[in-house]
Design a protein. Structure first.
Length: 281
């Protein structure tokens, strides 16, 4: 077994690649400007290691040099890696289950076509839960029912498209839904499950930045899920996004928020209808 000193040297970063307080502020400014994400001071150590590793991997002599490249090149493909490094993909099937009970009742009252936007899709658990809810609640769900599932994290969206999960991840899914909507892996894939095509066909995945300008057309959606995402933005950005969500909803459309999010005092575009569920004003 190698000594702790040798192990440390294997993973050591070049001294010139480590983060200074000024570079942390630089990185936070770039991230906030591009993705709206507020990088709190308590994340300085994490940011330092993340950026130092990335800078070193692509041959920069320092984090500052790496950040300068991003600042100079707004179309650089490295922006994708930079943003992905700071997104948090904490999600689960049937998380905040009362939302899906509300959604089930709601879609039974809506005329087709029915379209749902899952705006922080992460690795897919949420949009696939929405898809199961629509499958169970809409007559003839193969016709006139769709979900647009987006996220700024390209890696997460790729995993969502694949629709493959460890069996541990699908424990919250009711047993009858597991049989109907998932295939169990065998052989090398034992211990994994895959979302069946009957569910995947309802969902279109895509990369979308909530700060970008080309938003969906007015009246596109019956409901929008934006849960546990606004907490990473400042109040001004939250308000801007909410006021851009509103026109994309049809009359009476619903906005589903996270359990720790409160939009009541941010805008008049929505009014609270139930527990973290808002209706377009």
């Amino acid at each position: 077994m190698e000594s702790s000193q040798n192990i440390s040297s294997i993973f050591a970063l070049p001294a010139q690649a480590k983060l200074s307080p000024g570079d942390f502020e630089y990185a936070a400014k770039l991230l906030r400007g591009r993705a709206g994400i507020v990088l709190g001071a308590h994340k300085q150590e994490m940011a330092g290691r993340t950026l130092a590793l990335r800078a070193h991997a692509i041959g920069h002599k320092s984090v500052h040099e790496y950040l300068d490249e991003l600042a100079r090149n707004p179309t650089s493909p490295e922006w994708e890696m930079f943003i992905n490094s700071f997104t948090i993909n904490h999600t689960a099937f049937f998380r905040e289950q009362h939302h899906f009970e509300i959604l089930a009742r709601f879609v039974r009252t809506r005329r087709k076509p029915i379209s749902i936007w899952c705006s922080a899709a992460s690795t897919g658990e949420e949009p696939y839960t929405i898809a199961m809810t629509l499958r169970e609640s809409c007559p003839q769900p193969d016709v006139g029912v769709s979900i647009w599932a987006t996220d700024i994290d390209t890696n997460a969206i790729q995993r969502a498209r694949e629709g493959v999960y460890p069996q541990e991840r699908v424990k919250p899914v009711p047993e009858d839904y597991l049989h109907k909507y998932f295939q169990r892996g065998t052989g090398r894939r034992a211990g994994l499950v895959r979302v069946k095509d009957s569910l995947r066909s309802l969902v279109e995945f895509g990369v979308f930045n909530l700060l970008q300008n080309d938003w969906p057309a007015p009246g596109s959606f019956d409901a929008i899920f934006c849960r546990n995402t606004m907490i990473y933005f400042d109040k001004a950005t939250q308000t801007k996004i909410l006021e851009r969500f509103a026109p994309t909803l049809k009359t009476g459309g619903l906005l589903f928020a996270g359990h720790s999010e409160n939009f009541t005092y941010l805008t008049d575009a929505f009014r609270l209808q139930g527990q973290t569920v808002y209706v377009k004003s």
